[in-house]
Write a protein that binds this ligand. Structure first.
Ligand SMILES: [Zn+2]
Length: 373
């Protein structure tokens, strides 16, 4: 992996990230392909219609179904899905924690019951990397000990201690595997935990920054805390994250969250919001959110957003999309997802241009102004 910061506007960064499968500019947003599919879209939609260079797939889901070995036999994620850009895979820890009723973290790893058939499994720092070697993702996340917020101080401290311990085991294991010729083109990111406790977060960031990971992520945010608490935590952490490595804020967020965190120096994002909202009929526009199912859109012949360059806006009216939603037509999911992802990817491109031109604060003012007018 090659990563270089090309321009800075205060703390906002325009970078270039090159993996074995794609090269792209940051700040970047990664559409979420939970089960090796961005819901309702295929590889052609992602590459040709959206020009997405990197997407995310969830290790937990793929581990349980169809199984990492099945994907490996079919050539890894790129060959399996037909998407030739980059993949980031998470460790699976978050879903083991959030989807399983009986998830139990211990010093060894996270034991959990499958949400599909109730079978018992254990994710360890080594096992989640083995799964990701089989998937052949470009960016791999290590196992971390995440906690729900708010959390008590002693649980936060334990989470940080365990996360650092697992990070040391993970990087050691990754180096050993690479010596054996496994995962040579794969990169490894560690995850900073610590809730909204700045001291715990800084301690975690400091320790992880010295371990030689290819990038650092901020995990355990956007799990119920106030937006401002998230922004403040990110801001407090930035001086402790290596300048020359990508910074990834996991699972965040709304368009406003993207703008606020790019301003603070974040490079990578992922979130289900654009696709999940699309399926519920909520569409993002420069003026804010629009609910396409409302009666006011029946028979309207203008697109979701004038001047939107997306496939959906170029071909279809609000009236047609309103009809598809109300008639429960499956094509609605695809067309709405294309628009929302195009909107997200366009914001990232606009921010890249603004950073390059040294006009990020003007961009931000304009972004909020259009929403309030
Ligand atoms: Zn559009």
């Amino acid at each position: 992996m090659h990563f270089k910061i090309k321009y800075k506007d205060k703390n906002a960064r325009l970078g270039e990230l090159i993996t074995a499968h794609s090269s792209f500019q940051t700040p970047a947003f990664m559409p979420v392909g939970t089960a090796a599919a961005v819901k309702s879209l295929d590889a052609n939609d992602l590459s040709k219609l959206l020009d997405a260079k990197i997407i995310l797939a969830n290790t937990y889901h793929l581990f349980l179904r169809p199984g990492a070995e099945v994907i490996k036999r079919l050539g890894g994620l790129h060959s399996f899905t037909g998407f030739k850009g980059s993949f980031l895979t998470d460790s699976g820890g978050f879903q083991a924690f959030s989807l399983s009723k009986n998830s139990k973290p211990s010093e060894e790893g996270i034991a959990f019951k499958s949400h599909i058939d109730g079978s018992l499994h254990l994710f360890t720092p080594k096992s989640v990397l083995d799964t990701q070697y089989a998937l052949n993702s470009d960016l791999m996340m290590i196992l971390d000990d995440l906690i729900a917020l708010p959390a008590k101080k002693d649980r936060i401290d334990l989470s940080v201690k365990r996360t650092i311990k697992w990070a040391k085991q993970s990087i050691k294991y990754h180096k050993e595997r690479q010596k054996e010729g496994i995962g040579l083109t794969q990169n490894i990111f560690a995850i900073i935990q610590g809730g909204t406790d700045y001291e715990a977060r800084r301690l975690c960031a400091n320790e992880l920054a010295g371990l030689g990971f290819d990038g650092l992520a901020i995990g355990g945010l956007s799990v119920g805390e106030e937006n401002q608490a998230m922004y403040d935590t990110v801001e407090a952490l930035m001086p402790f994250m290596p300048e020359n490595r990508p910074r990834y804020l996991m699972g965040v967020g709304s368009p406003e969250d993207l703008v606020e965190n790019v301003e603070r120096g974040v490079d990578l994002f992922d979130c289900v919001m654009p696709t999940r909202n699309a399926r519920n009929g909520t569409l993002f526009t420069k003026e804010g959110r629009l609910n396409i199912k409302r009666a006011e859109f029946i028979g309207k012949d203008d697109p979701i957003e004038l001047n939107c360059e997306c496939y959906t806006c170029k071909h279809y009216s609000k009236g047609y999309l309103n009809h598809l939603f109300r008639a429960k037509e499956l094509s609605f999911f695809r067309l709405a997802s294309l628009h929302n992802l195009h909107y997200y990817l366009s914001i990232m491109k606009s921010m890249q241009v603004a950073i390059k031109e040294g006009k990020f604060s003007e961009f931000k003012r304009d972004f909020y102004h259009k929403r309030s007018s």
